[in-house]
Design a protein around this ligand. Structure first.
Ligand SMILES: *Cc1c(COP(=O)(O)O)cnc(C)c1O
Length: 345
């Protein structure tokens, strides 16, 4: 299906805001076009609305064309924009695996779009058939979180490709917030093959920059063009662009962090496995472990009184009795295990 037919009607015909800087390209030394204060450089100037330098750098690093990259104020902006671009409020719906990242449903509710959760199978496995069964003529988005939060497992690329082949009336969104920790490859190269694929990644996890609020979306140029049309003109501020560029001067730091965290994840798994209160530790392709314990609420409360905060997922579907534990530094992980030993005895 043509992209234009997938878009909300008002978005297909939208004339975007044209900022002063967009209407001029070339060299200039006197900037009197944007009502900025001429003092207090460099913060007096509006930032680059399309983040040219950062986009070049990320495109190079990820091996995709720069016009296939979008930056948002966290992945949360990319998620919200998907609803605003593709879904007619009060009419359309989206399909997602369940349990998964909570923001998809919150954004659906905010945008008055029906949310259709499809329970994961045994071992938290995703079935493209079950997801497609939930699709009807008004389904515009299918959300796949891989590796999934909070279950931790990655979705097999074959399942994602089956969805991409079958679901052509809207977009398949693959949220890869944790892909740097995964043994499974990213589906990013598939944006060349499939015009219905949107891939989200973020600077918030492996990249160690949650405070910057910088999310990435990757898709065919036509899709990214619509994203650029609908976003706030200056959605990524100057400090964020500068800090991200700084980090990218030395990407090996990120690789080092990931290596340590993966070692720690397995060490933490072994240490937790030796505890009597731990019933099950699920497979993880991410920087956290989903752990089933005897009494999740009591364990959570005990840890909290000890100043150790984990995520209680006891009330999440299929996750009864589970805590989601982020992998920290070696000493943080030791503190957690020590506290659990005290709780046990
Ligand atoms: C943490 C997380 C994100 C990150 O969101 P940002 O807005 O980029 O910080 C996105 N998706 C999932 C599934 C996450 O767990």
């Amino acid at each position: 299906m043509e992209l234009n037919q997938k878009l909300r009607k008002n978005i297909a015909s939208l004339a975007p805001y044209s900022c002063a800087r967009n209407e001029f390209s070339g060299e200039a030394s006197v900037w009197l076009d944007a009502n900025e204060n001429p003092y207090n450089e460099p913060y007096n100037r509006y930032p680059d609305p399309l983040q040219f330098s950062l986009k070049q750098r990320v495109a190079e690093l990820k091996g995709v064309p720069a016009d296939c990259v979008f930056f948002g104020n966290g992945s949360d902006e990319s998620i919200d924009l998907a609803f605003r671009i593709f879904c007619e409020p009060g009419r359309d719906n989206v399909v997602a695996m369940e349990p998964t990242y909570g923001m998809y449903k919150v954004c659906a509710d905010i945008n008055d779009v029906a949310y259709r959760p499809v329970p994961l199978g045994a071992g938290f496995q995703v079935s493209h058939k079950a997801l497609l069964d939930a699709v009807d003529g008004h389904t515009k988005l299918i959300f796949i979180c891989s590796p999934n939060n909070p279950t931790g497992n990655a979705v097999p690329v074959g399942e994602i490709e089956s969805l991409l082949e079958s679901f052509t009336q809207g977009m398949v969104i693959v949220d890869e917030a944790y892909i740097d920790f995964s043994s499974q490859p990213s589906v990013l190269p598939l944006i060349e093959k499939y015009d219905n694929l949107l891939v989200f990644q973020t600077f918030s996890k492996a990249w160690g920059c949650a405070a910057l609020r910088l999310g990435m979306a990757f898709a065919r140029k036509e899709v990214i063009d619509v994203y650029n049309k609908v976003k706030y003109p200056y959605n990524v501020n100057l400090l964020t662009q500068q800090k991200a560029l700084e980090l990218l001067e030395n990407p090996s730091r990120v690789h080092d962090w990931v290596k340590i965290l993966l070692c720690e994840r397995e060490r933490l798994r072994e240490n937790l496995a030796s505890l009597k209160i731990v019933c099950e530790i699920y497979h993880s392709d991410a920087n956290f472990l989903l752990v089933r314990v005897d009494d999740a609420d009591a364990t959570y409360n005990y840890l909290m009184r000890d100043g150790i905060i984990v995520r209680n997922r006891n009330k999440v579907s299929l996750c009864a009795g589970c805590l989601r534990i982020t992998v920290g530094t070696p000493s943080e992980n030791d503190a957690l295990v020590d506290a659990l030993k005290c709780f046990e005895s």
